[in-house]
Design a protein around this ligand. Structure first.
Ligand code: SF4
Ligand code: ZN
Length: 739
């Protein structure tokens, strides 16, 4: 253990304590201890403090208590001649540092000091749910907390791109002598936000705590660890060590080399790194700071330094033990999940397809072996260098696959992957599927030589990579002539229609087997989805057919058939075969689960539900709220707060996580009377599902019911909601008591 590092980290912790103490005293003098202290839109108070101490900081007085905890963790700086066999004091100093940093950052919000471009500040719970989940389920292999600055802007861009290509999330904070990596990227016009995997927290080193309070919340949300005591804190740290693959890059560059270069990595940064080591996150640096090599808390080394810039990404990946699979795709632009959420704005666009600008569709079909020539990519019609910049072209993308084990049922599962594969191209934006895609290609990608052939190359490479078990050969045909596209579109629509008819026409009673999905157990270890023909998985991504196809593709995969067995309660939908399976798959935590009830033994929720259905006892009905709704619902909670309460794989009567399609199913909470129980939903959700909803209401002979469902325009509180319901004569008021 390096004494120099311990000294620096403990000194740094003392510095932070002094600053937090000063800032807090000042705030207390102005506002008093009752003054509310909070980050925006989180149910986790000051999350790092909650996770490490169990203290729910609601006001300045609570912050004082947390600060006292920090103080108790601080030892004096060890003398030069003291031999330190253990990391203990340094690690404690690290936790103390994080507590102080979180108070400092929260006080900024209280003082009205909000993050300015390019900085984003605290990550709210809504983003945590959509993005954090990718970290724990493996879609993102890890995150890199980059602290400081790089020698040149080019190196900063290179580093960012290298991580993006590896799907590694980049958190940025701090600066080196006033310069920072995020500012370097901003100067180079790099888009930074959650969608591009580049997240700039703040210019102060204390803003680095946001990456750790994000990690701590991931453990509480997805790992279902309830904060409270030391044991919980230990579990949260362990969860991170095992599941959240992260590391700190301490970056330094000397712009004024005549000054003392020893200050490139400051005491404050050492203290922050000590905090991260508690989470099992090692530090890698390009500066020759002292190293901590023996293994202990981290999976591998704790601090590795003096790594040249061109080797640092590989070194970091190696130290953290990340397993990365990178496929080389022969295209002239970078490729990786880091580019998945990237948008191409109108001004940056070379041309577009589909959307409301032209006809476009995507279709994947299985073909006999002899009709597919592997790797063949054909373009019929003009390429993107043959048309005027800024215009729109029609496009048909037809992917034909052949494989000894391929079946028609797999087509739609594979076809849905096109969106993901194409969005990962740097400079290509992709939205939608089937006959509603919208694609934009950026000027930048065009100038680098990207053409439609490359569009095909990506599909060929990715389908081979991910579906090698069922697909042997792939060929792609791209059409861009208007008349031809229109002609092919007609045929494609027939295929889509037939596929829909199949699942729509099926009833739960028609099958003796449902399917399970345990994909989300990677972060919610006890959660099981039971998918039936009339109830898809709560994430909205898995229908009964998809699960069946997925099981056939990989019998050891996340989906398997479960025999319904004897039905012990037809109203609630309780089946003995399902119960038996669920008991074992939930690690003994769930004894009984119903298919059609929100009140009686409802299905559990992991975290990725599209919609939450929640009981409003006063109204004798339930409300629906989706992820996109940002405001508070009539029950006084927002989506993310509720999600925090019901996620993690537990059964919560009165609450249900569901997929959007289930709302218009005949089996939608049929035990409680179905769709007529719905008293409130956000306007936008209502519009989104309107077509199907109308159809369903026609079926039950209540077409006028649509207007009886209130939205935020009609009611924002339960009182207003009740008033509205009485005014329109909502049927729930007359229905049997739900509780
Ligand atoms: Fe599977 Fe359910 Fe997770 Fe969707 S939410 S991936 S259906 S376990
Ligand atoms: Zn899930």
């Amino acid at each position: 253990m390096s004494r120099i590092i311990s000294q620096a980290a403990i000194r740094g912790a003392h510095t932070y304590y002094t600053q937090a103490e000063q800032d807090l005293q000042q705030a207390l003098a102005t506002h008093g201890p009752e003054k509310e202290l909070a980050f925006p839109n989180t149910a986790y108070y000051l999350p790092l403090i909650l996770a490490m101490t169990g203290i729910e900081v609601k006001n300045l007085g609570d912050a004082q208590k947390a600060l006292e905890m920090a103080k108790s963790l601080l030892r004096s700086v060890p003398a030069d001649n003291l031999w330190l066999p253990y990391l203990g004091d340094t690690l404690d100093a690290g936790i103390a540092t994080l507590i102080c940093q979180e108070i400092i950052e929260a006080l900024k919000y209280l003082a009205g000091i909000l993050p300015e471009e390019p900085w984003l500040g605290f990550t709210n719970d809504a983003i945590l749910r959509t993005q954090g989940i990718k970290l724990v389920d493996g879609r993102m292999p890890g995150f890199a907390a980059c602290v400081g600055v790089l020698p040149t802007n080019e190196q900063a861009v290179e580093l960012a791109r290298a991580f993006q290509e590896r799907n590694i999330l980049v958190f940025m904070a701090s600066n080196t002598k006033g310069h920072s990596m995020a500012e370097q990227l901003a100067e180079e016009g790099v888009e930074m936000n959650w969608d591009t995997f580049l997240v700039p927290y703040g210019k102060d080193t204390s803003a680095a705590v946001h990456s750790l309070n994000f990690a701590a919340r991931a453990a509480m949300t997805f790992g279902g660890v309830k904060p409270g005591d030391l044991e919980a804190a230990r579990k949260i740290l362990l969860y991170n060590k095992e599941r959240v693959q992260a590391f700190v890059l301490a970056l330094g560059a000397d712009f004024e080399p005549e000054q003392d270069s020893g200050q490139l990595i400051t005491d404050e940064k050492y203290a922050t790194a000590a905090g991260a080591i508690n989470f099992g996150f090692p530090t890698v640096s390009n500066v020759a700071i002292p190293q901590i090599l023996p293994r202990g808390i981290c999976t591998y080394e704790h601090v590795v330094s003096g790594i040249p810039m061109d080797r640092i990404v590989n070194k970091a990946v190696e130290v953290r033990g990340l397993k990365l699979k990178i496929t080389e795709i022969p295209i002239p632009v970078p490729y990786g999940a880091g580019f998945e959420g990237e948008r191409v704005r109108k001004e940056q666009m070379h041309l577009q397809f589909g959307g409301k600008y032209s006809d476009a569709f995507e279709l994947l079909r299985g073909r006999p072996m002899n009709e597919v020539e592997d790797g063949k990519i054909e373009l019929f019609g003009p390429d993107i260098d043959e048309i005027e910049e800024g215009s729109a072209l029609p496009m048909a993308v037809i992917v034909e696959v052949a494989g000894r084990n391929f079946k028609e049922d797999f087509e739609s599962v594979l076809e849905r992957r096109i969106h993901h594969f194409i969005s990962c191209i740097c400079g290509v934006f992709h939205m939608g599927q089937r006959d509603i895609p919208w694609i934009r290609i950026s000027k930048d990608a065009f100038q680098k030589g990207f053409r439609l052939r490359h569009y095909g190359e990506v599909l060929v490479a990715k389908f081979h990579e991910e579906f090698s078990a069922i697909v042997d050969k792939i060929q792609v045909k791209i059409y861009t002539e208007e008349a031809k596209v229109a002609e092919l579109l007609k045929k494609a629509k027939e295929v889509y229609y037939q596929r829909d008819e199949r699942i729509m026409g099926m009833k739960d009673e028609d099958v003796d087997t449902f399917y399970s999905c345990i994909l989300c157990q990677s972060y919610a270890p006890d959660h099981v989805c039971i998918v039936t023909p009339q109830r898809l998985g709560l994430c909205g991504a898995y229908t009964w057919f998809d699960c069946a196809a997925s099981f056939e593709m990989d019998t050891h995969g996340p989906n398997r058939p479960v025999k319904k067995g004897q039905c012990s309660d037809p109203v609630n939908g309780i089946f003995l075969g399902i119960n038996e399976y669920v008991l074992q798959a939930s690690n003994g935590n769930l004894e009984q689960v119903s298919m059609y009830s929100i009140m009686v033994e409802p299905q559990t929720s992991c975290g990725c539900f599209e919609v939450i259905a929640a009981l409003i006892p006063e109204t004798n009905g339930i409300m629906l709220v989706d992820r996109d709704f940002q405001d508070i619902t009539p029950i006084g909670m927002g989506f993310s707060t509720m999600a925090g309460e019901i996620g993690g794989g537990i059964q919560t009567p009165g609450f249900l996580g569901i997929g959007k399609l289930y709302i218009t199913s005949e089996k939608f909470i049929s035990a409680e009377g179905g769709i007529k129980r719905v008293v409130w939903m956000p306007q936008q959700l209502k519009e989104e599902i309107q077509e199907r909803l109308n159809k369903r209401l026609e079926e039950i002979g209540e077409p006028e019911f649509l207007d009886k469902i209130a939205t935020e325009k009609d009611a924002t509180t339960t009182e207003e909601l009740l008033e509205f319901m009485e005014k329109v004569g909502h049927p729930a008021l007359e229905m049997e008591p739900i509780v």
